[in-house]
Design a protein around this ligand. Sequence first.
Ligand code: LRH
Ligand code: MN
Length: 422
Amino acid sequence: MEQHKIDEFNHQHIKEHQREFNFVAGYLSNLDDVLQKLIAFQIAIPSWALGTGGTRFGRFSGGGEPRNLEEKIEDVGLIHALNRSSNSISLHIPWDIPKDAAATKKLAEHYGLHFDAVNSNTFQDQPGQKLSYKFGSLHHVVKAVRQQAVDHNIEVIKYGEQLGSKALSVWLSDGSNFPGQLNFRGAFQRTLESLQQIYEALPKDWKVWIEYKPFEPNFYSTTIGDWGQSFLLASKLGEKAQTLVDLGHHLPNTNIEQIVSLLLMEGKLAGFHFNDSKYGDDDLTVGSINPYQLFLIFNELVEGMDARGMNHATGIGWMIDASHNVKDPIEDLLQSVEAIKIAYAQALLVDNEALAQAQQQNDVINAQEILQNAYRTDVRPLIAEARLRAGGALNPIAVYRLQAVRDGLIKKRGVKTVATGL
Ligand code: LRH
Ligand code: MN
């Protein structure tokens, strides 16, 4: 995406933007601080979300999707050029094995990108794999299967080191489908022992992020099924181990913001896989179903990070994990990044001193008024201004459509594309 096309669009829309920006800016006592924080706040893009996802009932490809790692990096580069808010990509191994890590790193740098956490995969059997993960991986009853999975995770760390990544992200589908199938204590102990081997292989400045999920693909138990089980493992492993919160990995009506506040309090919050859901692990566009919950989560994050004196941009792993069945993947990701920055900006507007006072006085009405005053503030002009100052587009999706980018990708890459990931 040529910069002049973005500048042209911004020039045509600057008047309208300045009117809207001046309106909300007039309300803020901490405008510069908010804009600086918004400019610095970057959200990693998952490599597996650049193509059309699908469900077991089918996949409807939109065409022009990346056919290899290089084209995935190109697409994240495009997203970052438009929103100046997505300067890293998270790879999934073996879906994204770099043939030449140095060349891959160079290509990413060309687009102003770096590599976020690398994800291991012991939830699928790969062609030619000796031992199957049908009955699990790190918790498997057979030592050789556990060792095969440990070796894979250590191999993933090696790829990550070559690319400059600083974290291994582990999600295990390990679990059971029927009562009696699994000894829960044994499964937990074997998982811990396997993770200890992986932990020992971590370079000194690396982290291991342990993602939990209550169900799917197993439908009776999941060995790392909730934040408590992940937190227990991370606490037993050591200070390099933390808990990763995927918003879609909670049973209905779970108070996710409370979980986030406690993990942050304990220094065990690795980061997020942002998405949205109405029922299960729906992996929908962030903020498309329950934007108020997302705001409440960011309210706990801002309050908790400030309480620990943390740098908002670097202290936590900010990442999307979504899958697109009916939307253009790039437009969907642009919408998700926007929704995350809206929730963050709203949380930065919460008058935490007044809120703490209201909480001290059990003034429940005022506490809600303080929160919802921030939530009901239209912060979109602030995010657009932050983007403008960072060289991005005032309206990324409008520029993407005006430039007919998808048509260009379809011409170049074709209509039918193989699934390169989920
Ligand atoms: C599991 C999950 C995990 C990934 C996968 C792509 O549902 O959220 O983070 O490895 O999706
Ligand atoms: Mn996830």
